[in-house]
Structure formats: C-alpha cells, structure tokens
Design a protein around this ligand. Structure first.
Ligand code: 8YV
Length: 321
C-alpha cells in the first residue's frame, strides 16, 4: 500500500476512506510539527494531504518518494509549480465544493461593511445607543448599487448571482479572459479594470494569487475608486498592496473595506486595520463551514487516492496537467 502523510486535521470518515487503500502517517493541525518529525514523515510519503503548507524544492528534497500533493483548498499559490513539475509530482486542489460558501461570505462582507454591522453591534453592546443618534448610524445601500467583481471564476459567478438576483445590483466584472456564458446567463457586463474601479460602489477582489495578480490593486488603483466605495478582499492578501490600502483608508480615498485575507496571517494585533471602525476584519474563513470543509477534505482525499492507485485525479491544477 502507498503511504500518505496527512498534514491536516480531517474528518474521521475521510481518514477511513484513505485508509482503505493507503498506509497513514499523520499530524494534526493543532501544533506546528517538529522539523525532524516532518522530515521523517516526508521521507516515507508517497502522497501528501495538506492545507496551506509551502510545497517548495526544500520540502520536496525531503520527500524522495512523493508522487502527489493534494491540497484542501481551491487556491494553490503555496505550490512551487516549477519544483513540482521538475520532479513529476501531481498537484491537486478542491474547486467547486466551496463556491457557494465563499460567495455567501463575500456578500456578508459587502453587507456587513456597508451597514457597519460589527461596528454598531459593539456600539449597542457598549451601551452607547442613544435614540437621538439619527444619521450617526447610517450606512450605505447595497440593493441596486453597482458591484465590480475582479476575477470572474466559479466563485465570482456565485457572487454575481447573489448580487443580481438577491440584491438587484448592477454587476460588472474584470477577468483575464471574457466570460460570455456568465454574461449571457447572469446579465453581467465586462469592463476593463480601471473603468470597473472608477465606476462601482462595491469592489470584490476574487482573483487567484499568481505572479500576474500579485499586488494587482495598489495605490493607483485605490485612487481610481470613488471616495464612497467599499473594497472587499476574499482572495489572498498578496493580491493587493496592503500599505496602499491602509493609506487609502486613512486618507478617505475609499469609504471602507471588508477583509478576509491579509499579507501576513494571522493579522498582527497592532495592525492598523484593527483600529479602523470602517474596516471589517475576518480571519480567513471564506470556506469555513463544517459541511464545506468536510466536502473539501473528501474531495482532496479522492484526488490523493486516485493518483496513488493508478488513476488520473479529477482536480489536477492547470499548470501541472
Ligand atoms: C482553504 C482557501 O479553503 O480554499 C482556499 O484557497 O483560501 C483556504 O481558506 C482553507 O484553508 C481550507 O484548507
């Protein structure tokens, strides 16, 4: 039987599924694994089931038997594609099963930031509510507003569907390539990035992290946005210039931000974002529901087992196909 190193806490039924055809070495996610133990487990591993561990040449050098890395994530920026390709190692991810859960959270960030939900929840709980507050409590309308989606992949389409049919928003998108089917079925319109940034009330960044999208949104892009606009990032922290976002928020270049991802995670307790009432800060919970994480773990296990039992896994990442 092939040996699999499970580098992540996974549901018992998923582990049982893997155990039907593989020997299992594991380490749960609660504590960082000691270096010498990681080395020992990698040395035995034909397959690796992981979350966000950096899969680079240094790690692969310690895993001479490795044939497949199966990530429990849709993003795979932690894969060093060149190093994996050089060693003929298959890399897989878990698309589709998390689309709706992540899209729901994107809408939560839009609504929560627009109507100041976290800020005003604290306000009530701190006993500050004054019936004469009036417009001090006002937020921004989401219904019928204009939404710009950067990255019209599967999750982007799920966000557009919610925005169009749930909140009657006018939705435009920017993407590396045009999406005529999405335009047809969802009634969304393509726009060049600068037009999208300058003309929308809400901007949601959903592009995967690649060399091309690293710091895609920086000072120039924030300065194109309307002063009343709200920026939402649910992709990766590195797709923006975080210092430029801090400056834009401090200078009122934009009205607010809803963030689930950061350049450094966990975000530092003294980070400026945590002191800004107009910034909603969530701890990278895009896919974090029980059902979705179980579905992701099972799909990752199916990718892993199929690769180790002579089949072609359904979700090999594009660059390693
Ligand atoms: C994972 C993520 O969903 O799926 C992704 O790309 O952003 C992550 O949140 C999570 O780490 C589960 O592995």
């Amino acid at each position: 039987k092939p040996t699999v190193f499970i580098d992540r806490t996974i549901p018992v039924d998923v582990e049982a599924y893997i155990a039907e055809s593989c020997e299992i070495e594991k380490w749960d996610h609660s504590e960082p694994i000691p270096k010498d133990l990681l080395k020992d487990k990698l040395a035995k591993a034909d397959g690796l089931l992981t979350g966000g561990r950096k899969i680079n040449a240094e790690l692969l050098e310690q895993a001479p038997r490795l044939k497949v890395v199966s990530s429990i994530s849709v993003g795979y920026n932690h894969f060093d594609i060149t190093a994996m390709k050089q060693r003929g190692i298959i890399g897989t991810n878990t698309p589709h099963v998390l689309n709706d859960t992540v899209a729901d959270l994107a809408l939560a960030l839009i609504l929560g930031t627009a109507r100041r939900v976290a800020e005003l929840d604290r306000y009530v709980k701190e006993g500050l509510w004054n019936p004469r507050d009036g417009e001090k409590l006002f937020g921004k309308d989401v219904h019928h507003a204009k939404l710009g989606i950067i990255g019209m992949g599967r999750i982007g389409e799920a966000v557009a569907r919610r925005a169009k049919f749930g909140f009657e928003m006018d939705v435009i998108y920017y993407n590396r390539s045009r999406k005529p089917e999405a335009e047809e079925k969802l009634g969304v319109r393509y726009a060049e990035l600068n037009e999208l940034l300058a003309s929308t009330d809400f901007i949601v960044l959903l592009a995967p992290l690649t060399p091309e999208t690293t710091r895609l949104i920086g000072r120039k892009e924030f300065q194109l946005m309307k002063p009343s606009s709200i920026f939402v990032n649910i992709s990766r922290g590195q797709t923006i210039d975080e210092a430029a976002l801090i400056e834009a928020l401090q200078q009122g270049t934009i009205a607010g931000a809803g963030l689930d991802v950061y350049e450094k995670e966990p975000v530092d307790v003294n980070h400026p974002f945590l002191k800004m009432p107009n910034v909603l800060t969530l701890p990278h919970i895009g896919s974090a529901t029980t059902q979705t994480r179980n579905d992701m773990a099972m799909l990752a296990a199916q990718n892993l087992v199929s690769a180790l039992t002579g089949h072609i896994p359904p979700n090999i990442v594009e660059e390693l196909k």
